[in-house]
Write a protein of this length. Structure first.
Length: 424
């Protein structure tokens, strides 16, 4: 698989940005802005603290195909923080300032890229932050620096342990599973946005190199040597191996919540995941929201509704040459999600006749749905209007909810409906 390596040298020509990198930047920008808006809910809050680690930061500046100069991930992150602060001030009509105590640590193994980035930061007006230590640059491999960076997050916020790791690796082997595990074990509220080029991996793996891949990445047990044996590869082997790798990576990291969506790559580039790992369902919801916003560029190769792995990756390719229609986070996907959820919600409630809190209902399913909480709420409200389900307050009294559900509202199948489902 050809890997396009970006190169930077100050005074030299800028590397041309690939379209999928621009897509990642848009998602990162939106995610960060929404992330801060979600975290700062009270106009009385005086401070928000976060450490952002850009583990594969690059040189900070590119040229687009059309000749426009565009920022790289460190600048995108800094601009998003500025935008979030302005929006918090405006949307909460604050008189009092809020302190965004954000430290950005940029790591790249290429000294020339880091030097380029430092020059770009100066040019873009972030020189003072470089000198004060609010922005730190490190030359070296991410993995070699991970422990020191985790220690810095703990020093800065021993209680909240809040940190976002943007790990935009080339390929698939620069962020070993034990490192992800260490992040999730050592910190209370870490999040990781991880690029993982799963197609490149599957093109590269063979029976001969499987063990060394496992030793290097810690992703043992996800792929068997039979999977790699060309004589036994059926049409579905690629999707099956992808699903196993996804399981191993996400649950193996120690994160509680994840998204498995793919960036739709440029022509000639394989599929790659932009995985989001977190410890809070709200973070996962904000990320799902960002995918819907950039619907032209993200895909999910599974079902809509609450059981997205049921046909899961198996739906992606029915033979090696004929990709099926993917879930594209567009209007069609949105309608199909609503329809699936309206069918599945009564089935779930039929098993929980005492009812279930809306928050619990959503959180129990969040890892296996491409839908956001707002979309699930719409499906529930449609079922309420159709008199299939009812909503109770926490004291058990009936609530006539039309527009907005609260987290502790209890959803329950209406009696008539349960009679129909149970046939008695
Ligand atoms: C795809 S570019 C990153 C671009 C940057 N995240 C952006 O979006 O603007 C990957 C960068 O990772 C660096 N790199 C590759 N392997 C690395 C490693 N193991 N640790 C740290 N940096 C690495 C490369 O030098 C390159 O600058």
């Amino acid at each position: 698989m050809p890997v396009t390596h970006y190169e930077w040298s100050w005074g030299g020509s800028l590397p041309e940005i690939l379209r999928h990198s621009e897509v990642k930047h848009s998602l990162l920008r939106d995610y960060l802005v929404d992330y801060f808006l979600t975290l700062v809910t009270s106009p009385a809050q005086e401070k928000i603290q976060l450490t952002i680690v850009d583990g594969f930061c690059g040189g900070g500046w590119y040229v687009s195909k059309s000749g426009r100069e565009v920022p790289g991930s460190p600048i995108v992150i800094l601009q998003a923080v500025d935008e979030a602060k302005a929006r918090v001030m405006q949307e909460q009509q604050r008189r009092k300032n809020i302190l965004f105590d954000v430290k950005l640590i940029c790591i790249d193994k290429d000294a020339s890229a880091v030097e380029h980035l430092r020059q770009v930061l100066e040019q873009q007006g972030y020189g003072e932050k470089l000198r004060s230590g609010e922005i730190e640059t490190l030359v070296g491999e991410f993995d070699q620096n991970a422990e020191a960076v985790i220690a810095e997050v703990r020093r800065r916020s021993p209680r909240s342990g809040r940190a976002l790791f943007v790990l935009d690796q080339y390929g698939y082997n620069q962020v070993p599973l034990p490192t992800l595990k260490q992040i999730f074990a050592a910190l209370k509220q870490p999040e990781v946005i991880l690029t993982f080029n799963v197609d490149a991996l599957l093109n590269y793996l063979s029976e001969g190199n499987l063990r060394s891949f496992e030793r290097q990445t810690g992703l043992d047990g996800a792929v068997s040597s039979t999977d790699m044996d060309k004589r036994y590869r059926g049409p579905g082997w690629r999707v099956r191996v992808q699903a196993n790798l996804y399981q191993r990576l996400t649950t193996g990291s120690g994160a509680r919540f994840f998204t498995p969506f793919f960036v739709r790559p440029d022509r000639g580039h394989g599929d790659f995941w932009l995985l989001h790992l977190s410890q809070h369902w709200k973070a996962r919801d904000v990320m799902a929201h960002a995918h819907w916003k950039h619907h032209n560029h993200f895909v999910h190769y599974g079902a809509s509704g609450f059981d997205m792995f049921s046909t899961g990756y198996a739906a992606k390719i029915d033979d090696e040459e004929r990709p099926q229609a993917a879930f594209e986070f567009d209007d069609i996907a949105s309608k199909s999600s609503l329809a699936s959820m309206m069918e599945q919600i009564p089935q779930v409630l039929a098993q929980r006749r005492e009812g279930v809190r809306f928050r619990d209902f959503f959180v129990e399913r969040v890892n296996t749905t491409p839908a956001t909480q707002a979309m699930v709420e719409q499906a529930v409200l449609s079922l309420v209007r159709e008199r299939e389900i009812e909503v109770l307050g926490d004291n058990g009294s009936l609530r006539h909810v039309k527009k907005a559900l609260q987290d502790d509202h209890v959803l329950r199948l209406r009696d008539q409906r349960s009679l129909l489902l149970f046939g008695s």
